[in-house]
Design a protein. Structure first.
Length: 177
């Protein structure tokens, strides 16, 4: 049995195995009082996997229970599943980064109403700095993700450069003068 109570199969892995890494990435490390529920983090991991489908051309298949398998139609895997598992090690950090961005964006949006700043003649209060810090953390995660993978672009096809038939090394192009 796996960490989340699901059967372990060599061709299927649970996203629950990435939970400790996601918690570490978002700073939710106090096991006595976690800030985020496991269900929400698993939802963020599923959403990250679904969002990354566009980036990696449907490399992995994810079901509603959070079970991941390799897409048998995808031919671009660089590592063997038997040696490195269903999710390639280089993809794990990308999935965790994307999920962390979703979690932190949601918590930043949710707590935006708590931002306040006021002052009178004697006392001043401001909690805006914590929101600036969280926004900088979110920007840093997005930059790190963009360094690891190129975002999908809106092109119909990849361009190919080659010579036009009949123009390069054409037998009629070079005549004896």
């Amino acid at each position: 049995m796996g960490a989340t109570g699901t059967p372990v199969n060599s061709s299927v892995v649970s996203l629950g195995s990435l939970l400790p890494y996601l918690r570490m990435r978002i700073g939710d490390i106090d096991s006595e009082k976690y800030k985020y529920l496991d269900e929400w983090l698993l939802t963020a991991l599923r959403l990250a996997m679904m969002n990354l489908q566009r980036y990696n051309n449907f490399k992995y298949l994810v079901d509603e229970n959070g079970l991941v398998s390799r897409n048998p139609e995808y031919m671009g895997f660089t590592l063997l599943e038997e040696e490195y598992g269903v999710i390639e090690p280089s993809d794990k950090n990308i999935i965790i980064l994307m999920a962390a961005i979703f979690v932190l964006e949601g918590s930043l949006e949710n707590s935006a109403w708590n931002a306040a700043s006021w002052k009178d003649y004697e006392i001043s209060y401001s909690n805006l700095e914590q929101f600036r810090n969280r926004n900088e953390t979110l920007k840093r995660l997005i930059d790190e993700l963009n360094d690891l993978i190129k975002p999908p672009v809106k092109r119909l096809a990849q361009p190919k450069k080659r010579s036009l038939p009949g123009y390069k090394n054409n037998q009629y192009e070079y005549r004896d003068l």
